[in-house]
Write a protein that binds this ligand. Structure first.
Ligand SMILES: C[S@@+](CC[C@H](N)C(=O)[O-])C[C@H]1O[C@@H](n2cnc3c(N)ncnc32)[C@H](O)[C@@H]1O
Length: 271
């Protein structure tokens, strides 16, 4: 495991001694862009929530299936992915451009390390485009203005909000963000959400998040299935609805339904 991020020099404001959500996520996904403080916090959560790393991987596998669905079933060729995370296998543009190389993707994140890595590693096919916006998810004017210079916002867009709404603790503010973004997109657009929940592990999930925040980690919250369903109000929720990431249209195996994980998800189409 490295103690130096692979994209080179560290950006301004960078702290390696405070656990950070993108780097813990990277640790759980088996990446090397994380530090002792991230690994300690990741291990602490894993002790309290056994299987949390599986949940991170299930969320990532859901991203692949959701993007494939939007491209193949929905004809989507443009994506706005907010809360990019550190690049790993099968990022949104790779999944989309494997099927349709002309896909255009705008990534948004507010973390300088994530953006440095993204710019270095997330490169587009020559037929499509990849762009990065340095913004907080709450800065919707800026996000929509810049995204509109790369994407054609009069045509359908796949909005990816995976592992990001959990950092907007206020329910009303989180719903306002989703509504404002979906209002700016035309009919035929899609919304994908991945979000931690306490539905599987109950109070232990809330306690692990409180402990994470006590260690200085990014403020975070879990939401219930019912709360997640509210984000999709007014949209056509794609079957099977809001479920564990591991159970959203999983690949067939002879061993029955995969176990539930503590990341739930859903995909919906704007009518
Ligand atoms: C857990 S990672 C999720 C990565 C990826 N979307 C996935 O699901 O694999 C959360 C990401 O959201 C970013 N993030 C956290 N708070 C944010 C905010 N207020 N505005 C923009 N990005 C934020 C973090 O920097 C991190 O890259």
């Amino acid at each position: 495991m490295n103690d130096t991020p692979s994209a080179g020099r560290q950006p301004a404001g960078f702290r390696s001694d405070v656990p950070h959500s993108a780097r813990i996520w990277n640790y759980w996904l088996g990446g090397k862009d994380n530090y002792p403080a991230d690994r300690d916090a990741g291990d602490m959560v894993e002790r309290m929530i056994p299987g949390i790393a599986d949940a991170a991987r299930a969320n990532r596998a859901f991203l692949c299936r959701a993007v494939r669905h939007m491209v193949t079933e929905g004809g989507v060729r443009q994506f706005l992915d907010i809360g990019t995370g550190l690049p790993t296998a099968d990022n949104t543009h790779e999944v989309a451009q494997r099927i349709a190389p002309e896909c255009r993707i705008v990534y948004v994140d507010n973390d300088p390390l994530v953006l440095a890595h993204a710019r270095a590693l997330l490169t587009s096919s020559s037929a499509g485009a990849c762009h990065y916006i340095d913004a907080d998810v709450r800065d919707l004017d800026h996000i929509l203005k810049v995204a509109g210079t790369i994407l054609d916002l009069s045509r359908p867009v796949g909005l990816m909000l995976l592992g990001i709404l959990n950092h907007v603790l206020d329910d009303g503010q989180a719903r306002g963000i989703v509504n404002r973004l979906m209002d700016a997109l035309p009919s035929g657009s899609y919304l994908a959400i991945g979000h931690p929940t306490a539905e599987v592990h109950g109070e232990a999930m809330h306690e692990s998040m409180r402990e994470f925040m006590r260690q200085g980690g990014t403020p975070i919250t879990a939401r219930s299935r019912g709360e997640l369903e509210l984000f999709f109000e007014g949209l056509e929720l794609v079957e099977p609805g809001v479920v564990s990431c591991s159970r959203w249209r999983p690949e067939f195996t002879p061993f029955g339904a995969p176990a539930e994980v503590s990341e739930f998800c859903g995909v919906a189409r704007k009518p």
